[in-house]
Design a protein around this ligand. Structure first.
Ligand SMILES: *Cc1c(COP(=O)(O)O)cnc(C)c1O
Length: 403
C-alpha cells in the first residue's frame, strides 16, 4: 500500500464505496456493520435521506459567503442550540480541536474582561483528549502526542480524572477554568460518577471559575440526552461540540453563556469557513432529526438493549471481555486481550469498532441503529470474542499469536 498521504494514521487496508444507514459497503461488495461511525461522527448513519436532501438543496444555492455577511441558517442553528441548552451565544468553526481552542480563548478572555488578565490557567484531567492543535494538545497533556513539538503551550494543570480534592489543590490565583469531558472517550470510555461534575460545578461557582465542557464526542445525542452533562443535572459556562453536529459534514461550535462570553467582542475571534451555508444547512437537518419528539428516548432504549446484549457476551467470554461500560451509545469494551486484536477479530466478522485508551474498544453505532441491527452487532461481537477466547485457550497466551 504505497501512498503519498503523510503516514500519521494506522489505516486498515480497507476502503468503502458507499454507506446505507448503519452499514458501510466495501469496494468488493462486503457489507460492514458500522459501530465506528467515523469516530462518533455519523450519528444518523450513512446517506440519511434528510441530510442528503439538505446538502443537495443547499449545494445548488450557495456554498460559502464569509462571516462578513449574515448567514441565516447559522443564526437559526445558533438559536436552536441556545433554546435547547444553557447557552446564549454560539461560535461556529470546523472541527473539535478548533471548538476547544475557541472554548479556551473564551475562558481566558472572560477573566481579562473581568479585570483579571492574570487568570489564564486551566485545570485539565489525565487521560483527556481535546484535539491536536498546540493548545489542545497541552490541555490533553499526553506525552506521546506532545513529544517533539517544542515547548507545550503554557497554562494547563493536570490532575487525575474524577479526583475533586486534586482539583481543589490545583486551583490558584491564576486559575481561570476547569476543562473536562463528561465521559472520557479517547481515554477509554471512562464515566465518572454524577457527583464529580456536580462537585466541579460547585467548586467553579465557589472560586469564580468557568466550567468548560468538551462535548465534542459526547454531544448531540450520543449518550441518550442531547448533551451528556444533562445526566448530572448541571450546566457548564462554556462548551465545545463538533463530531455529530454535522452528521459527517465538518463543523464544530463553541457555546457560551452571555456572562462567560462577555469578553468575545468585535474582532476577538474568527474563522473563514466556520458556519458556512453548506455546513449550516446540513447541521440544521441533523438537529431536526435528533430533536424530534421521541428520538432521544429511542436512543436510550436502544442503548439499554445494546448494553444488556454486550453484558451477556461478556458473561460468556469473561477472559476476552472484562467489562462493558459507557453512557448511552458511547460504549466501551475493556478487553482481556490486546484491543487491536479485538478490533481485528471484529473486522473479520464484518463489524467496525474504534480503539481507545486503557485497552478499550469503543462500540459506537449510529443513533438510528435498529434493534435488529443491535442484535446482529452483539452476535458478531460474540463470535469475535469466541474466536479470541478459543485462541487464548489453545495457546495460553494471545500476545504471541501472529497476524
Ligand atoms: C475528537 C475529539 C476532539 C478533537 O476533534 P477533531 O475534530 O479531531 O479536532 C476533541 N475532544 C474530544 C472529546 C474528542 O473526542
Amino acid at each position: 500500500m504505497s501512498s503519498h498521504l503523510l503516514p500519521t494514521y494506522a489505516r486498515a487496508d480497507l476502503s468503502f464505496e458507499r454507506g446505507e444507514g448503519a452499514w458501510l459497503v466495501a469496494a468488493n461488495g462486503d457489507r460492514y456493520l458500522d459501530c465506528h461511525c467515523g469516530v462518533a461522527v455519523n450519528a444518523l448513519g450513512h446517506a440519511h435521506p434528510a441530510l442528503v436532501a439538505a446538502l443537495r438543496e443547499q449545494g445548488e444555492k450557495v456554498w460559502h459567503v464569509s462571516n462578513l455577511f449574515r448567514v441565516p441558517d447559522a443564526e437559526r442553528l445558533a438559536a436552536r442550540l441556545c433554546e435547547a441548552t444553557f447557552a446564549d451565544f454560539v461560535f461556529f468553526c470546523n472541527s473539535g480541536a478548533e471548538a476547544m481552542e475557541g472554548a479556551i480563548k473564551v475562558a481566558r478572555k472572560y477573566h481579562a474582561a473581568s479585570g483579571h488578565p492574570e487568570r489564564v490557567r486551566i485545570v485539565t484531567f489525565e487521560g483527556a483528549f481535546h484535539g491536536r492543535t498546540l493548545a489542545t494538545l497541552a490541555a490533553g497533556g499526553q506525552k506521546k502526542y506532545l513529544e517533539g513539538f517544542g515547548p507545550p503551550a503554557e497554562g494547563f494543570d493536570q490532575v487525575p480524572f474524577g479526583d475533586l480534592e486534586a482539583v481543589k489543590r490545583a486551583i490558584g490565583p491564576e486559575t481561570a477554568a476547569v476543562l473536562v469531558e463528561p465521559v472520557q472517550g479517547e481515554g477509554g470510555v471512562k464515566v465518572p460518577p454524577p457527583s464529580f461534575l456536580r462537585g466541579l460545578r460547585e467548586l467553579c461557582d465557589e472560586k469564580g471559575l468557568l466550567l468548560v465542557l468538551d462535548e465534542v464526542q459526547t454531544g448531540m445525542g450520543r449518550t441518550g440526552t442531547l448533551f451528556a452533562h444533562e445526566h448530572a443535572g448541571i450546566v457548564p459556562d462554556v462548551m465545545g461540540i463538533a463530531k455529530a453536529l454535522g452528521g459527517g459534514f465538518p463543523v464544530g461550535a463553541v457555546l457560551a453563556t452571555a456572562e462567560a462570553g462577555k469578553g468575545m467582542t468585535l474582532g476577538t475571534h474568527g474563522s473563514t469557513f466556520g458556519g458556512n451555508p453548506l455546513a449550516m444547512a446540513v447541521a440544521n437537518a441533523v438537529f431536526d432529526v435528533i430533536s424530534a419528539p421521541g428520538f432521544l428516548e429511542g436512543v436510550q432504549r436502544k442503548a439499554l438493549l445494546m448494553k444488556q446484549r454486550l453484558a451477556a457476551v461478556r458473561d460468556r467470554h469473561p477472559d476476552v471481555i472484562r467489562e462493558v461500560r459507557g453512557e448511552g451509545l458511547l460504549l466501551g469494551i475493556a478487553c482481556g486481550v490486546p484491543n487491536g486484536k479485538m478490533i481485528e477479530a471484529l473486522r473479520a466478522e464484518k463489524l467496525l469498532a474504534v480503539p481507545a485508551g486503557d485497552n478499550v474498544v469503543r462500540i459506537l453505532p449510529p443513533l438510528i441503529v435498529s434493534e435488529a441491527e443491535i442484535a446482529e452487532a452483539a452476535e458478531r461481537i460474540d463470535r469475535a470474542a469466541a474466536r479470541l477466547s478459543g485462541e487464548a485457550a489453545g495457546n495460553g497466551k494471545l500476545e504471541g499469536v501472529p497476524g
